[in-house]
Ligand binder design. Sequence first.
Ligand code: PGA
Length: 271
Amino acid sequence: MNIIIRENYNEMSRYAAGIIAGLIRSKPDCVLGMATGSTPIGTYRELIRMHRDEGLDFSNVRCFNLDEYLGIGLDLSKPYNEDQSYARFMYEELFKNINIKKENTSVLDGRAKDPGKLCKWYEDEIKRAGGIDLQLLGIGGDGHWAFNEPGSSLASRTRVQALTKQTLDDNYEMFYKNAGTAREDMPHFALTMGIGTILEARNIMMLASGIKKAEVVAKALEGPVTSQITASAIQLHSGGITVVLDKDAASRLVYADRYAHVEALRKRYSI
Ligand code: PGA
């Protein structure tokens, strides 16, 4: 595991965007797994800047999103703050600002009549695209990856998940409150890639920032692998793993000095 600790959110975001841009430059038709939430917004802004100022080209990039609320989907007739779909988030925060092709952006449609069939189709679609080269991930306050809530099987596939109280609280504060939605009216279920699906990505990059994530980050990276912290499945991944943290999110790591030492060594020997 390559654990990178940066001074603050902006530096974390710049580092993460640099990794994604490097992949796009070396493999212009790469397949990216995208994440929503407050954490990746800075990374997306930096990618938009690179597209604008440096010509970073997304025209052959393919994207798959991790998850979506059940019951809602992209509705461009509404203002952004009234459309809380993750499809809308991706459109506003990234897709509309870069030259990615619409048909290359796959997001689970929360309005699907048969969610089980959609989930199966999504898994097949990822395979048809050749698998995910780099999956971007945050980590929830309850340790989840995507919407794989505590207790999810670490072999789980794309499916419908009930959301925990903590996730509902976190996301209500972050998104739904601004739209004036009552807490009980926000979706209580979601469609999500499974942990087994995520672990098949060839490379994984997890981001976390802020003191509120410090404890759960330490549990996921340095604690036991457990379905109670589904992000701890990162320890089971067999491909390239990068974790980019700001200082606050890294502040409860026991081995932070070792990670900094390893980063310095890699830099020195260009490994
Ligand atoms: P956040 O959410 O980026 O808004 O903290 C992360 C997550 O739930 O995975």
